[in-house]
Design a protein around this ligand. Sequence first.
Ligand code: BTN
Length: 271
Amino acid sequence: MNTPLRWPAEAIWEAVAPDLPGFTVEILPEVDSTNTELMRRARAGQFDPILLVAERQTAGRGRLGRDWQSGAGGQSESSACPSLTFSIGLPLAPRDWSGLSLAVGLSLVESLHPDLRLKWPNDVYFEGRKLAGILIETVGMADAPGARYAVVGVGINLQARRAEGLNTPPAWLHELLPGTQAPDALLQVAAPLIHTLKAFEGSGFAPFQARFNARDALTGLDVVLSDGMTGRAQGVDGVGALQVLSAQGVQKVTSAEVSVRPAPRSVAFKS
Ligand code: BTN
């Protein structure tokens, strides 16, 4: 039988609550999806700042309407928590929301390991494989014009998992930090991430641009976008738009609904 996990709820609360009045930490043994749960609560008028962690999700969701599978059962290890899944919910009122998901990805890679990279807009990569994903959703707050309740969901693979059924081959944290359990990883990422969200609210994406580009996995690579455009990735601009040098010049890609992949050699962009 697995030993129950000891979650660092108090340490995270102490690091966050002074800057975020009303903040709570909640750990659930199981839920359909931490994002779905916080979106349900927000639609019912609960807008308090919260970190909601689930030891197991039964209907995890990813970007672009995909599922997020938490990797039940690793290939070589067993544990109650083969991945870390959590969502942060909080009211935010930035002047410009552009680049929020990029700032979140940057916060994760900077908290976790120097060898991690970011694949625009916000996937966390290790050696060309996906280690973590981010799903951000928002709800309007009738009583607070200009603010929205943001739900920032994060899934991090901890243990080895199979690639079947996944769009992108997986990477896992134990490749870089063997033995790291979900509570350890949560302690590493949660408070810095909440501080990043508050910093983004105050100053937008521009202060994160250079650090994002220093970790960008795509810069210099030929890429294909899901809308068919091809070109060479040139990092992001001050609002987080991906800059792609195409035959028509530098194109700025902003749509979160556009996915981007390194180009197979046969369709590589020629300048
Ligand atoms: C993606 O890469 O497509 C985004 C994956 C986001 C997964 C996390 S796990 C915690 C939170 N709850 C969900 O249902 N999704 C996010």
